[in-house]
Write a protein that binds this ligand. Structure first.
Ligand code: FE2
Length: 200
């Protein structure tokens, strides 16, 4: 007897690794550090013991290439999901600098189609992983009596960060970041993207 399965309502996480990550990250890190030096207090959000910039990278010329790539990746993802042509993709992005001991509380991003993160500098795996929580978990009555979890039985899925890699996921997917247990800062750019029809 053959048993087959079909995935209904999958929660997709897309990822891409930039070929020019070494040189690209040097330039980005420089810009991120300048930003922190000019605003040492930053903003308080989901970051615990870390520094977060305001959501203004989309307006800053020194992040122009990063902004372009965020939109390019999300447009490609939108196309893969049959989004309408001629949409306007807009984003907000910010820098996270998480020193040893810092983490990000679990959260989600309302009112956007995609959220994501790009890792500039870190020491893996000690710096901690991004993790995603099963969006169906609130309606679950039992945990599964499994020896080893699968993407179906898991309540949380952890994905290790990598310098030069971008993760994109739906804004409604709850996520957080583990405590940085390395001896280096974990530096990333996070973003939200909204795709809207052009007004006539
Ligand atoms: Fe987030």
């Amino acid at each position: 007897m053959e048993i087959t399965n079909q995935q209904l309502f999958p929660s997709l996480v897309w990822t891409t690794l930039f070929d020019d990550r070494a040189s690209f990250n040097v330039r980005l890190l420089d810009a991120a550090n300048r930003m922190r030096n000019s605003d040492p207090a930053g903003v308080a959000n989901t970051n615990v013991e870390g520094w977060q910039s305001p959501n203004i990278l989309q307006n800053l010329g020194e992040f122009e290439e990063m902004n372009r790539r965020i939109l390019q990746v999300c447009e490609r993802i939108g196309e893969s999901q049959n989004f309408k042509p001629n949409l306007i993709y807009q984003h907000q992005a910010w820098v996270n600098i998480s020193p040893p001991g810092a983490s990000n509380k679990i959260h989600f991003h309302a009112n956007c189609h995609f959220s994501g993160v790009y890792y500039m500098s870190l020491k893996a795996p000690e710096c901690g992983s991004i993790f995603f929580r099963d969006p169906r978990v609130a309606s679950r009555m039992l945990t599964y009596p499994a020896d080893k979890q699968t993407n179906f039985t898991a309540e949380e899925v952890y994905m290790p960060p990598e310098e030069g890699r971008m993760y994109v996921f739906p804004g409604w997917l709850e996520h957080g970041v583990e405590v940085n247990r390395s001896d280096r800062d974990r530096v990333s750019i996070a973003f939200n993207v909204l795709a809207t029809p052009q007004s006539s």
